[in-house]
Design a protein around this ligand. Structure first.
Ligand code: CTP
Length: 396
């Protein structure tokens, strides 16, 4: 199942380190090449010899135990298809979140550009510590998958959340990630996200409630599936792929123009403002005597329709173009009209009238229309899951 794949397992100094021996066996049985890197503290809980025998590879601990011209933290990061850190202590989690590279494991994590999964294990009070939670959310925001610990009796005598999650859950997460890791290999995927910002004057603007989360989830998943990703967004995201920060619809259009020729897939998840102020005031608009202020708006270009037109005009067979559509009523009817009008290959329709899905929510429920008229409904799920399903569908 995993032959040809290299899994780099990082073990840190927690009692659950002994459980990883079993996991290494499972990965080996599935055909994976397993490489193990330990923090010096991990060796208080499990021996190097055990890990070496089980992984059938050298076990790496010391950063400056140099054997070749290429430093180990770079070559191990380059060779691996995935990095799993389990168990991950509060200390290692926080160091990785802050970019601290003070041992071999944290240096590799700092240099690692592919899919990373972290399975924390610690005392429940440490797990609930605000700094640890903040650092975990930083890691999540960078697309790192966190397998939350289970609740139960902890080795330290406490009852609470902090036990390393079940080994089969870790195993399945790694297998799932590797299964998808080359579905978009060799493809360049350009994704837009967030609501555009149209300036009125130096202190005011027109925008919308789009959080950019759906586009970010798509970008993270596309990267996990092996694509070269470019995220063009109005929001502040951090990720190991190219991010182009834009503001207005016109900025977004020119960023897309720059990427169009080299892209294989373009996904327009951004909420582009349909209108902008005809002339932005150079100075702050003063209140004045009148009770009414009239702003003259002009139409923004329909970027999605323009991209589809450019592809058709040049008789190109790429990029594949995916639109999103945000509706508060008549979802399917409006979506059908939009896919025809804009000429894209897929349209992902969102009901933004519901507060439990869509804009700024972590969940979504979408209906996907394709150029042939087929309709696929995806049930409510976290945006990460919806994003994966959308990409799997279009990658076919
Ligand atoms: N879109 C675009 N340029 C615009 C407006 C929208 O590229 N000026 C894209 C969006 O990124 C999305 C799709 O078109 O992928 C549909 O956006 P939506 O806001 O649902 O539709 P509109 O075309 O703006 O139509 P309306 O606002 O009338 O529903």
């Amino acid at each position: 199942m995993l032959s040809g794949k290299t899994i780099l397992i990082g073990i840190t100094g927690g009692i659950a380190a002994y459980k990883i021996c079993e996991l290494i066996r499972k990965f080996k049985k599935s055909g994976a090449n397993v490489k193990v890197v330990c923090t010096p503290n991990a060796l208080n809980f499990v021996t190097k010899l055990t890990l070496q025998n089980l992984s059938q590879n050298e076990v790496y601990v010391e950063e400056f135990d140099v054997k070749s011209w290429k430093p180990e933290h770079i070559s191990l990061a380059d060779e691996a298809d995935i990095m799993l850190i389990a168990p991950a202590t509060a200390n290692t989690i926080s160091k990785i979140a802050q970019g601290i590279a003070d041992n071999l494991l944290t240096s590799i994590a700092c240099a690692f550009r592919k899919k990373m999964i972290i399975a924390p294990a610690m005392n429940c009070n440490m797990w609930n510590n605000a700094a640890v939670q903040k650092n975990l959310s930083i890691l999540k925001s960078r697309g790192i998958e966190i397998l939350e610990p289970d609740s139960g009796f902890l080795a330290c005598g406490y009852l609470g959340k902090g036990r390393l999650c079940r080994l089969d859950k870790i195993f399945d997460a790694v297998v799932e990630a590797l299964k998808c890791s080359d579905k978009l290999k060799g493809k360049k995927v350009v994704i837009t996200s967030g609501g555009t910002i149209e300036d009125i004057d130096p202190v005011r603007y027109i925008s919308n409630y789009s959080s950019g989360k759906m586009g970010f989830a798509l970008a993270n998943n596309a990267a996990d599936m092996g694509a070269e990703v470019v995220l063009i967004t109005t929001k502040d995201f951090e990720a190991p792929y190219k991010i182009v920060k834009v503001k207005s619809a016109l900025d977004m259009q020119s960023a897309l123009d720059n990427e169009f020729d080299t892209s294989d897939i373009i996904i327009m998840a951004a909420a582009v403002a349909d209108y902008r102020v005809k002339e932005m005031c150079a100075q702050k608009i003063k209140k004045g005597e009148s009770d009414v202020l009239t702003l003259e708006l002009v139409k923004n270009p329909d970027i999605l329709a323009g991209l589809c037109e450019r592809r058709a005009h040049n008789s190109l067979d790429k990029p594949l173009i995916v639109g999103f559509c945000a509706e508060t009523e008549n979802l399917l009817q409006n979506a059908k009209e939009k896919i025809n009008k804009k000429g894209c290959d897929f349209l992902v329709a969102n009901d933004i009238s519901r507060s439990d899905i869509g804009f700024s929510s972590d969940d979504n429920e979408v209906t996907i229309l394709d150029y042939s008229g087929a309709i696929i409904k995806l049930d409510k799920a976290p945006k990460r899951v919806i994003a994966r399903k959308i990409l799997e569908l279009i990658s076919k």
